[in-house]
Ligand binder design. Sequence first.
Ligand code: URA
Ligand code: SF4
Length: 219
Amino acid sequence: MERPGARWWVPERPTLDTLRAAVDECQGCELYLEATQGVMGDGPEDAELMVVGEQPGDHEDREGEPFVGPAGKLLDRALADAGLDPTAVFRTNVVKHFRFSGTRGRQRIHQSPNRVHVAACGPWLVAELELVRPTGVVLLGGTAGKALYGPSFRVGEARGRRQDWPSDIGGAAHSAYVPEWVVPTVHPSAVLRSRDRDEDYDLLVRDIRVAADALAGHC
Ligand code: URA
Ligand code: SF4
């Protein structure tokens, strides 16, 4: 299978607007074939915090905006409960096209992207990082964590503690801009699926508060 990676499609001097237009043309891996559209990150260009999820979901794929479905709504509530203004946060994903396998009614069944997709898609995230230049990053979930830190990453061990940004995304794309820290936590969709939803929600807020405190210069 041809996977040239996204580099060729990333504009040379991008703005957030030109990135959004360009991602829809990307054929850097096969995921563009089945998805409705490419979904770039969204938020202010001067955001101090970037939240990085896995990939657009069913809702995001249809609407062309990140985190507009149930997981995104829970994320916004958790950001607010951690003392952050959700509209001041830049929210994006390691992979920009929705990967799914089959359908259940109208809903398509989410399938996590693998390392090959993450590596192919890395240049888009690098372009966003270099434009937004966030002080810190909150990383959502085990798949995104493994995508950045490799297969030994365990969200349960890493969550809520500041880490360094990895040198390469998926072992491929390299960012000239390096955020000061990364705080991994669980994916909000894991909270939605949890049996202990209230407890897991509180733990998600606790982790995001580590990032909020770092931004406020409390530690
Ligand atoms: N889950 C993600 O990881 N990203 C989105 O944009 C939506 C749901
Ligand atoms: Fe390009 Fe990423 Fe979409 Fe693959 S998933 S086609 S690399 S934008």
